[in-house]
Design a protein around this ligand. Structure first.
Ligand SMILES: NC(=O)c1ccc[n+]([C@@H]2O[C@H](COP(=O)([O-])OP(=O)(O)OC[C@H]3O[C@@H](n4cnc5c(N)ncnc54)[C@H](O)[C@@H]3O)[C@@H](O)[C@H]2O)c1
Length: 248
């Protein structure tokens, strides 16, 4: 799919990967861009950074069924189209590590990182199948491919996103909707501080001495590549961290 002239929704668009991807998609010539997040200040900043597309700002918690359904109604009423959905909003558990994570926090992680991805995808698919198809990209993580005890609920949720996206492969043949996942490795965004309760967590500091963190632009480009590849359906794209080069 050519991004130019299309309408896209980006969730988690007030920060990090979502903000940068929204900006990059607009630069590809979107007609309409819906940026959705719980954070109104961050959304306003994203809107300031974006140019080239008509922007609709929606403040919404993706775990609120009614608000999410309202958001879909609002954006499809406004643009009469929805071609691209990037389900990207996400959180990590933060301290203390599993199994001492508060039960409410574990449920919140699964709600935001997995359940809302499924719900948002279902709403998008119901619209897209009546309107000629579309592309959905769900943000998983390399954390969904490798065991990760410190945040096992996050790893489980992201593994769920990968399998959910794979399970939607047949929608391509059935109704022209391509659902795929993107699995970033460690990426330089504010979430890295959030994992440590306001500072980089102890386990991440030595890791970052050896690996090169990805940039939000790396993920944005992967999302654009998925949109442009008309054969990709039910797949997951892994973006691994490179080892840092050491001088000799
Ligand atoms: N940064 C990394 O190292 C990394 C690696 C792999 C995957 N990811 C995933 O990438 C996605 C984006 O993360 P990021 O690194 O840009 O983090 P971020 O914290 O910069 O951005 C996440 C955004 O999601 C929003 N959000 C959180 N809960 C929400 C809710 N209930 N409803 C609506 N919006 C909500 C936040 O307000 C924030 O703007 C997440 O799904 C994350 O799990 C990040």
């Amino acid at each position: 799919m050519n991004v130019s002239g299309k309408v896209a929704l980006v969730t988690g668009a007030a920060s990090g990967i979502g903000r940068t991807t929204a900006k990059m998609l607009a630069e590809e010539g979107l007609r309409g861009l819906v940026i959705l997040d719980t954070d109104p200040v961050g959304l306003a900043k994203t809107a300031d950074l974006v140019s080239g597309a008509e922007i609709l700002i929606i403040q919404c918690d993706v775990t609120n069924d009614v608000s999410l359904a309202d958001a879909y109604q609002q954006m499809t009423d406004h643009f009469s189209a929805l071609d691209i959905v990037f389900n990207n909003a996400g959180i990590v558990s933060g301290p203390p590590p599993f199994p001492d994570t508060a039960l409410a926090r574990m449920k919140r992680v699964v709600d935001i990182d997995l359940t809302s991805v499924i719900q948002s995808s279902a709403l998008a698919i119901r619209f897209m199948r009546e309107h000629g198809g579309g592309v959905i990209i769900n943000t998983a993580s390399t954390g969904g491919l490798n065991p990760y005890l410190a945040d096992a609920p996050y790893a489980a949720a992201k593994a769920g996103v990968i399998m959910f996206s794979r399970s939607c492969a047949d929608l391509h043949a059935q109704c022209g909707i391509r659902v795929n996942a993107v699995c970033p490795g460690v990426t330089d965004t504010p979430i890295l501080e959030k994992t440590g309760g306001g500072k980089r967590p102890d386990w991440l500091v030595p890791l970052l001495e050896n690996i090169q963190a990805l940039t939000p632009e790396d993920i944005g480009q992967a999302v654009i590549n998925i949109i442009q590849d008309d054969d990709m359906a039910g797949e997951f794209v892994v973006l691994q961290n490179q080892q840092k080069q050491t001088g000799t």
